[in-house]
Design a protein around this ligand. Structure first.
Ligand code: NAP
Length: 248
């Protein structure tokens, strides 16, 4: 039996990168998959077509995770379409890097709203249904940068550190309802988000990683499958680093 058979998952920001890899892996593992995208409409529709061909129930929704009302409506639409919601993966995220001296208020707000407020929006809406069902697994994608900090990413690091505090608080609040809340902290993962970085800099980073390579979306997706499945039934409030040993 596939470990996510019979479960329904909602993944934000799955038109590409890590979210896309999670959607693909969840469908492979037997889950019914709802996912979102925002600007990459064609990619979102292509993913829906791709995954539907494997027999899973799959639907993509165009929805802005940073918008409270859109998030509420999204969860209502998903529950209406799929009948329930067992797993929420808060993955949508952006970067607007710059040193603090040059960071604009717009770039601060955009990153905090997309990366952190979105997690509040979706979790609040989803847990309403999970509490009724007395089961749920919430997986928030943070970053090693939220643990360590990073020069030039004060906004991003703050959003990702905020996710960790939020994840643990939800675990404490909702454990008694059998709702688990965990975070994954990826290290350096090769996606479009990291694709624009200078090749020489990237090579230097890889050499500093104990496993001597960048991670893939699949590396993160494998961890997400574990946290989504009943195999992690006694794990909540944790941050799992998937970083090739980068912070060790
Ligand atoms: P990516 O390739 O740039 O993909 C980001 C995804 O988020 C896209 O599908 C994008 O959808 C979606 N998105 C952005 N804003 C959104 C919004 N307001 N509402 C809904 N969806 C939105 O990035 P990635 O590298 O896969 O990163 C995914 C997550 O992992 C992020 O939270 C990121 O911070 C985290 N992470 C990444 C790394 C890394 O090394 N790549 C490391 C640590 C953590 P559209 O394109 O359709 O707008």
């Amino acid at each position: 039996m596939k470990v996510l058979e019979g479960k329904t998952a909602l993944i934000t920001g799955a038109s590409k990168g890590i979210g896309r890899a999670i959607a693909q892996k969840f469908a492979d593992m037997g889950a019914n998959v709802a996912f979102t995208y925002l600007s990459s409409v064609e990619k979102g529709q292509a993913l829906e077509n791709e995954l539907s061909q494997n027999g899973a129930k799959v639907k993509g929704f165009r929805s802005d995770a940073s918008d409270f009302k859109q998030a509420e409506q999204l969860v209502e639409d998903v529950v209406k379409e799929f009948g329930k919601l067992d797993i929420l993966v808060n993955n949508a995220g952006i970067t607007r890097d710059g040193l603090l001296m040059r960071m604009t208020e717009e770039n601060w707000d955009a990153v905090i709203n997309t990366n952190l407020k979105s997690v509040f929006n979706l979790t609040k809406a989803a847990t309403k249904h999970m509490m009724r069902a007395k089961t749920g697994s919430i997986i928030n994608i943070t970053s090693v940068v939220g643990i360590k900090g990073n020069a030039g990413q004060a906004n991003y690091a703050a959003s990702k550190a905020g996710i960790i505090g939020f994840t643990k608080s939800v675990a404490l609040e909702l454990g008694s309802r059998n709702i688990r809340s965990n975070a994954i902290a990826p290290g350096f993962i090769e996606t479009e988000m990291t694709g624009e970085l200078d090749a020489a800099v990237v090579e230097g980073w890889k050499q500093a990683i104990p496993l001597k390579r960048a991670g893939s979306g699949e590396d993160i997706a494998n961890c997400a499958v574990f946290l989504a499945s009943d195999q992690s039934a006694y794990i909540t409030g944790q941050v799992l680093q998937v970083d090739g040993g980068m912070l060790t």
